[in-house]
Design a protein. Structure first.
Length: 368
């Protein structure tokens, strides 16, 4: 008899699924066209392109330097009045060492270099080279301040082999970029497509920083809110895994017993590994065969007369593999002890087909 607390829990799950369905029918969804085109972790294809398109005063948003100014104050932490007149905003600016800085912002007072890392590793001397490059360019243009920023998901430090002794400032997507997006979004609430663009990008940033919860209610979040339900779900999950494994073993036993039935009908010599909790048998004839019942398929391996043990002769293996492929073109080469092996999906076979394949294999001669 199922405990009352589990009954109540399952009833809550049913009600939850019904409410979740209603939310979806009302139009709530987690669709994000930007995320369809590019994966959320793509540095250049996603984040570099999106951020540059917004901070570029000449961008098609037609908001001039609105988003750039907010980027300077919120993300870079600089005062607009001290920053000077903007001279250029670039993505992928080429250095003297033929490297590319993710973003540069150049004003009459500052030359800013921004290196962004989502999942990629730091390269040797990367930040160090960027600073050397920008200092040289700044001197040539009489720009007083050069600052390097390092933007990551959580604001971590750069690797020592990249930054050397460079003093740089750390920024994070989870704080600085999200804060910037939200502030920009407030400015364009009434411009539908821009508001939606920021909303889409905000969701992507939340995904890479593990802050995204989705618009449709999620069972995971409900479980996290309720300690009792979380514990019940854990117990059910553990019991389910045990039951699932038992079901799988029952099914695999059924499949290997079908093979044993065929082998016994032919009065062949074989070793049954079922008593050792392994759904496999070895069959001995002119050749020897190992037949394993996996979760979804049979794996049949063909050895020489001695069975599993010594490496087979390489020349002999080539000839025998060709013979096996002539029997069934799904046979493939395998490791050094095996002439060849074949994987057969359960749904693609039955007792008659297995019997036919086994007969053909039994008729093979272990010779060149």
């Amino acid at each position: 008899m199922l405990d009352e607390k589990y009954k109540n829990f399952f009833e809550k799950i049913i009600l939850f699924k019904e409410e979740q369905k209603k939310q979806k029918q009302r139009g709530l969804n987690d669709y994000n066209m930007v995320n369809v085109v590019r994966k959320e972790n793509a540095e250049v294809g996603m984040h570099s392109n999106v951020i540059y398109s917004l901070i570029n005063p000449q961008g098609l948003h037609y908001q001039d330097d609105l988003f750039l100014n907010k980027f300077i104050t919120i993300v870079l932490g600089e005062k607009i009045e001290n920053f000077g007149s903007i001279l250029s905003v670039q993505a992928e600016e080429l250095t003297f060492e033929n490297r590319r800085i993710d973003f540069t912002i150049k004003s009459t007072n500052y030359y800013i270099g921004i290196e962004m890392k989502i999942d990629a590793n730091d390269l040797n001397n990367q930040i160090n080279d960027y600073e050397v490059d920008l200092i040289t360019k700044a001197k040539n243009e009489n720009i007083e301040n050069v600052v390097i920023y390092y933007l990551t998901k959580d604001g971590k430090e750069a690797a020592q082999h990249s930054c050397k002794d460079v003093t740089y400032k750390r920024m994070s997507f989870e704080n600085h970029i999200l804060n910037w997006i939200e502030n920009c979004q407030k400015e364009v609430r009434n411009i539908t497509n821009l508001n939606e663009a920021f909303e889409n990008y905000k969701d992507i940033v939340k995904k890479i920083t593990n802050k995204y919860e989705g618009r449709v209610m999620s069972l995971k979040n409900e479980l996290l809110k309720n300690e009792e339900y979380f514990e019940l779900a854990k117990q059910i999950s553990e019991a389910f895994q045990e039951a699932k494994n038992e079901k799988i073993n029952e099914f695999k036993n059924k499949q290997i017993n079908l093979i044993i039935e065929i082998v016994e009908e032919k009065k062949l010599q074989f070793i049954n590994y079922l008593p050792k909790n392994w759904t496999a048998i070895d069959v001995f004839s002119e050749l020897s065969f190992r037949i394993m019942a996996n979760e979804k398929d049979y794996l049949i391996q063909v050895f020489d007369k001695s069975g599993y043990g010594q490496d087979v002769d390489k020349l002999k293996k080539e000839v025998m593999l060709e013979k096996l492929i002539n029997i069934d073109n799904r046979f493939k080469s395998a490791y050094s002890k095996v002439y060849g092996q074949i994987t057969i999906d359960y749904k693609d076979t039955d007792k008659e087909k297995l019997n036919d394949l086994l007969m053909k294999l039994l008729n093979l001669k272990d010779e060149i």
